[in-house]
Design a protein around this ligand. Structure first.
Ligand code: T1G
Length: 690
């Protein structure tokens, strides 16, 4: 036996235990002994039945993602599943935790699946730009039907044990003693006697498929793929399960998998999987994380209310502080309305809504925050106001409480320095709506203690956020790079592009929407206020704001919006305004192509990321990718700006930046030294600060 796979015999039932922390991934050092053990047990008369179970916190959570892109060592998962299906005696998968990907495919190779009540079962490969490559696209439809399988595989969303038994994926669900119950189940099956039909030979659920309905659902899902190949391949593979004999469908799945796994999109999405986990790691040995059991939020406006909901959604009691009873009432009413909308949409039960609302306590007295372990301020974005708040917090917060500012731009060092406890101060930059957006920039000030960072990074996971530790500068990582991405927008318009041409170029690249539509959504007045505060101008946007056109909220901005509609409609008056401004400035008009738009928006984005790396504001290039994919909608199939830049090729980006620098003389196009280094080494690692 090996340390990863062991076999015991429980009165005639063989128990095969997989032990490969942390998630029992099907690494080669698991697959080989597992195959050998099953081959031996197949012919072992002392084993009347076989149970496969996992040690640790979860059943097999998938193939070992770190093995992709390297030569495959035999036996592959497919061979193990094929072997399982030659076993005549009953085989049972005992599932706890998350049976995902190759883990669920292993379980599908068994005759039966017994799941712990808290278990989840799913095929999330699409999130890695893949499809189930161990037979899942051909076996799952045979148990749950093609339409249910299509939804599970294209979404990648796991289902609960209860849903699994209702769908026909699990054969029993137990509340406790999973292994004992699975052994008992296996023994009962052996006593009952066979034959035991392997999943591959079960066609009953497939026979009922309405192919037209399947194709209609698949077409609807394809519309949401937004340039991603994996969702389409998933649907094709499941359709093959319906229309082709098993072995042909299995062979087709293999070909589709091989194409995806070697493609850039899957490499990009696998890069993001590990990048997200790296970004939340805080360097430092044995950091003593602090207990966070009660959170205080100052400010019940849009951000404060959203932040409060984010913590309540993570089951943390929240004290919400406002300056007046009226403001507090308004804030709490908005929170209740938001939860009510979720209930009406079916994404939250009424019971869960009441449970979460029960976690809120309102107050207008700072003294009520004295018991909080973490206090986050989300007051007006003004340094004087922030310092006043932190002065009060310094006076009332208990020793060891973590004090966080939600500022988007202000200097967290300056805020920390205004307290007697700078080591307990940091930034927690949420993105609006804070109860929805995944990204949380954890802003590390100069004196923030490492265990404070580690505590907040851990807390971020608890409330379902994707955390990235960033340094202090204007706009930290995301918003600083956003400014770089948008710095040429008006120049492009003045030279001849229209807002819809710029937006289309970026949407065709894979963004959910372009910068002008995004501006209308967020409100043009926000940028206008920021520009005025910094003494900056934008000839066209400022004019729109002076005319009171702030975007969707006023019905007009870069586009027009029919009442009640969010659909942007080209506004001829805006285009006339752009032409008039260009004429005033003596700027000649010309065709501006999509390639130029990408070069003048996304190459400065990458260049600013390179500067951020050099300055140590981000520890890794992959951290920057995590920020942009989770906070700004950078297409996941391109892996984030820095991963994409490596695909584009540093030399080409440098060459084009130099071209636009010569054309315009604007510093935004001056290639950063780190970018030049990447152009030489083709890798960001080591491109940071020397
Ligand atoms: N392979 C390798 N490492 C993995 C891994 C995997 N499948 N899953 C997790 N890890 C590492 C992770 O990088 C981290 O490492 C540690 O385990 C803890 O993970 C053939 C082709 C299971 C829900 O997509 O969704 O099967 O940072 O921090 O929050 O058809 O991990 O500690 O060094 O995420 O408790 C399909 C991916 C693979 C599941 C646990 N399976 N994993 O979440 O811990 S492809 C998946 C997860 C496949 C087959 C196909 C989550 C989790 P480190 P964690 P967690």
């Amino acid at each position: 036996m090996s340390s990863s796979v062991s076999v015991a015999n429980e009165n005639g039932v063989a128990v095969v235990t997989i032990d490969n922390p942390p998630v029992n991934a099907l690494s080669f050092h698991v697959r080989k002994p597992l195959y050998d053990a099953l081959a031996a047990l197949r012919d072992d008369p002392a084993a009347r039945a076989i149970v496969i179970v996992c040690a640790g916190r979860t059943f097999v959570a998938g193939a070992d993602i770190t093995e992709f892109g390297k030569p495959i060592e035999q036996p592959e998962l497919r061979a193990i599943v094929a072997l399982l299906e030659t076993i005549a005696k009953p085989t049972v998968a005992a599932i706890h935790g998350t049976a995902l990907g190759g883990g669920l495919e292993l379980a599908l190779g068994c005759h039966f699946r017994v799941a712990d009540a808290g278990a989840k079962l799913g095929l999330p490969e699409v999130k890695l730009g893949l499809l189930p490559g161990g037979g899942g696209t051909v076996r799952l439809p045979r148990l749950v039907g093609a339409l249910k399988a299509l939804g599970m595989i294209v979404s990648g969303t796991p289902i609960s044990a209860g849903e699994a038994i209702a769908a026909g994926l699990a054969d029993a669900v137990v509340d406790s003693n999973l292994l004992a119950e699975a052994i008992r189940f296996a023994r009962e099956m052996a006593d009952r006697g066979g034959p035991f039909v392997p999943v591959r030979d079960r066609d009953d659920r497939l026979a009922e498929t309405d192919l037209a309905a399947f194709d209609a659902q698949a077409a609807g899902l394809a519309k949401k793929a937004r340039g991603l190949e994996a969702p389409l391949a998933c649907a094709e593979a499941v359709r093959n399960a319906i229309t082709l004999p098993f072995d042909e469908a299995l062979a087709a799945e293999r070909l589709l998998f091989q194409k995806l796994v070697s493609g850039d999109q899957s490499r990009a999405q696998r890069h993001l999987f590990f990048a997200e986990r790296e970004a939340a790691k805080v360097p430092g040995k044995d950091l003593q994380k602090r207990r966070i059991e009660r959170v205080g939020i100052i400010g019940a406006g849009t951000m404060g209310g959203g932040i409060a909901m984010a913590f309540a959604n993570g089951s943390l009691p929240v004290t919400l502080l406002e300056t007046s009873e009226e403001a507090l009432r308004r804030g709490l009413a908005t929170i209740e309305k938001n939860y009510a909308v979720s209930v009406s949409r079916g994404s939250l039960t009424e019971e869960a809504k009441q449970q979460r609302l029960g976690l809120f306590k309102g107050s207008t007295d700072y003294a009520d925050l004295a018991g909080c372990d973490l206090i986050v301020e989300a007051v007006f974005e003004d340094m004087t106001v922030k310092k006043e708040v932190f002065g009060k917090l310094d006076a009332i917060a208990k020793p060891g409480a973590i004090l966080a500012t939600n500022t988007s731009y202000l200097d967290v060092n300056e805020i920390a320095a205004s307290t007697s406890r700078p080591e307990d101060v940091l930034g927690m930059h949420f993105f609006s709506p804070a109860n929805v957006m995944k990204l949380l920039e954890i802003v590390r000030a100069e004196r923030t203690a490492p265990e404070v960072l580690a505590t907040v990074a851990d807390l971020a996971r608890r409330i379902g956020k994707v955390a990235v530790v960033v340094g202090v500068c204007h706009g930290f990582v995301g918003n600083r790079m956003l400014a770089a991405r948008g710095s040429e927008n008006e120049f492009l318009l003045l030279e001849g592009a229209t807002p819809s041409q710029v937006d289309k170029a970026l949407v065709d690249f894979g963004w959910p929407m372009g910068p002008f539509q995004m501006g209308d959504l967020a409100g043009l007045d926000i940028g206008w206020r920021n520009r005025k505060a910094r003494g900056q101008t934008a000839v066209i946007a400022d004019t729109l704001c002076e005319q009171g056109h702030f975007g969707q909220k006023t019905g007009r901005g870069w586009y027009r919006y029919e009442s009640g509609s969010r659909e942007p409609v080209t506004d001829s008056e805006v285009e006339a305004l752009i032409r008039a401004k260009a004429a005033e400035l003596g700027i000649g008009q010309r065709e501006v192509g999509a390639d130029e738009i990408i070069e003048r928006t996304l190459y400065p984005l990458v260049n600013e990321g390179a500067k951020i790396l050099e300055e140590g504001i981000a520890a890794r290039a992959s951290d920057i990718d995590v920020v942009w994919v989770n906070g700004y909608g950078f297409p996941i199939g391109k892996g984030g700006p820095m991963f994409w830049a490596a695909l584009e090729g540093g030399p080409r980006i440098v060459e084009r930046l130099e071209h636009w620098h010569r054309q315009t003389g604007r510093p935004i196009f001056e290639p950063a030294p780190a970018l030049r280094r990447v152009a030489e080494t083709r890798a960001w690692e080591g491109a940071g600060a020397r």
